[in-house]
Write a protein that binds this ligand. Structure first.
Ligand SMILES: Nc1nc(=O)c2c([nH]1)NC[C@@H]1CN(c3ccc(C(=O)N[C@@H](CCC(=O)O)C(=O)O)cc3)C=[N+]21
Ligand SMILES: [Mg+2]
Length: 289
């Protein structure tokens, strides 16, 4: 393998240690601990795993957490009532509603019902607008923020002027990843399922960020030798009778071409969770400023 591994587990531990240290300093100064409310509707097994991980990391960093588990047939109105209550509770600094939600609930309506100052996912249109306008101290979506931290750790001050190609245009990853790297003076291209010559465009990338949700779609011939590759995908596939977790990048072959690459698991995923806690601390600071 030619590429070096970008170790999301190790980097996320650094982010978490930093959060932990700041939280303990706050508490030593006589402040209440920051508090994150996590809302889970239904019993999707993957969502349960993610939520459990988030709560564990809260405990590890000294952030207080409140879990609200709601039945799968909870109505949209009931969920909105809970959010209004959490919005009004001054002891709650961050609110996360785990996605996806059951089909009978309008996700966009729910996202818009979270107080933007408590929106630790950074999904509220007000926060998306603040990110677009380049505001500081805005709550930024956790996965793209994790990607940016990984790039900064890998490339140091070498980000400026690099050509970033973002594969995928979702509101939660692709679009904010493009805006964050643009803010770091990268040249940014967004490509997606309708893009003509998608492979040729990807091959021009110094930095390739892949978030499409299709197992091992990006193969070695899509990657310029020496490129840095961040794989946001998490796909459960069956191979040789075993269930495996793979990314959107064909890891083994791309690792022979890239200069640095994130593994799946152990890459972007752990950074997402670490950034959620970082955002909770950020929300707390914004609220107490
Ligand atoms: N409101 C909301 N905010 C989110 O940030 C959010 C969400 N809903 N819904 C689901 C997605 C997905 N997501 C992940 C977080 C951590 C890992 C993670 O830690 N993954 C491990 C593997 C975990 C496994 O075994 O599945 C890894 O990549 O090493 C993955 C995925 C956050 N999301
Ligand atoms: Mg897409």
């Amino acid at each position: 393998m030619r590429a070096s591994l970008i170790d999301g587990k190790a980097l996320s531990a650094e982010v978490l240690a930093d959060v932990e240290q700041q939280v303990s300093a706050l508490i030593e100064q006589g402040n209440a601990a920051p508090c994150l409310a996590v809302v889970l509707v239904g019993e999707d097994p993957a969502s349960q795993v993610y939520v459990r991980n988030k709560l564990l990391k809260c405990e590890q960093t000294g952030i207080r957490s409140i879990e609200h588990k709601l039945d799968v047939d909870t109505s949209e109105a009931e969920l909105l009532t809970l959010l209004a209550q959490l919005n009004g509770d001054a002891s709650v600094n961050g609110i996360l509603v785990q996605l996806p939600l059951p089909k009978h609930i309008d996700e966009q309506k729910v996202i818009c019902a979270i107080d933007p100052r408590k929106d630790v996912d950074g999904f509220h249109p007000e926060n998306m607008g603040l990110l677009l306008s380049g505001a500081k101290e805005v709550l930024v979506p956790c996965t793209p923020l994790g990607c940016l931290i990984m790039l900064q750790k890998t490339l140091g001050d070498q980000l400026s002027g690099k050509h970033v190609v973002v594969v995928g245009r979702s509101n939660i990853v692709g679009k904010p990843a493009a805006l964050l790297t643009l803010q770091q003076h990268c040249t940014v291209t967004i490509v997606h399922s309708r893009t003509a010559e998608i492979e040729a465009l990807c091959r021009q990338a110094d930095i390739l960020i892949v978030a499409v949700g299709r197992a091992e779609m990006v193969t070695a011939d899509w990657v310029k030798p020496g490129a840095v590759v961040l794989d946001v995908g998490i796909n459960r596939i069956e191979r040789d009778g075993k269930f495996r977790l793979v990314g959107d990048v064909a890891f083994d072959q791309v690792a022979e071409v890239a200069s640095a690459i994130t593994p799946v698991p152990g890459g972007v995923g752990p950074m997402t969770i670490a950034c959620l806690l970082r955002n909770t601390l950020q929300a707390y600071r914004n609220q107490t400023a």
